[in-house]
Design a protein around this ligand. Sequence first.
Ligand code: SAH
Length: 190
Amino acid sequence: MKLAGILPFARDILQKSVTTNGIAIDATAGNGHDTEFLAKLVGDNGTVYSFDIQDQAINATRDRLEITNLEKQVHLIQDGHEKLETYLSPTHHNNINGAIFNLGYLPGSDKSIVTTPSTTIEAIQQLSKHLKKGGIIVLVVYHGHEEGKVEKDMLLPFVESLPQTDFHVLEYRFINQKNTPPFIIAIEKK
Ligand code: SAH
């Protein structure tokens, strides 16, 4: 396939927005793949804040960072991303280059632990405030499970209402695939 798949597309966008020495957020660490990716993008002197509420995710991410020798530039935070602002160092305010959310549940883990619309929206609100100009938030929306559908239905009107004067908002999805595949919402600060 020549068209970028969902995950490669997400990484393309992050790569465009997250620079060496930059500030990035992995809002849902999960198994740590995106935290590792962001830590490489920002380099030794950049910063990644990586959030997850589950032990399993935090431990998996920590292990991955140790193996790849990337712990130094990552703040691993076992707390909800809706509290992002309380963890952000004042020097990083209004200075975030990029952020990613992989919504839904962690495959192979407790499927009752899912991201929820109100906390996801709260985190996006805080993040959009602290993005720098040209900074991008990427949301990978998994809506094949019941709560995911509810989340999608609340998220779309919210992102569609972000003012055009301040943000570019994009949806990227394959429209002929079965089994409700994930899709992307990207929000760029003007
Ligand atoms: N559905 C994706 C993976 C999503 S992982 C896929 O299939 O690849 C989502 C992660 O978000 C989980 O590890 C979960 O613990 C975490 N999470 C849920 N609510 C959260 C919150 N409020 N703040 C931070 N992380 C949260």
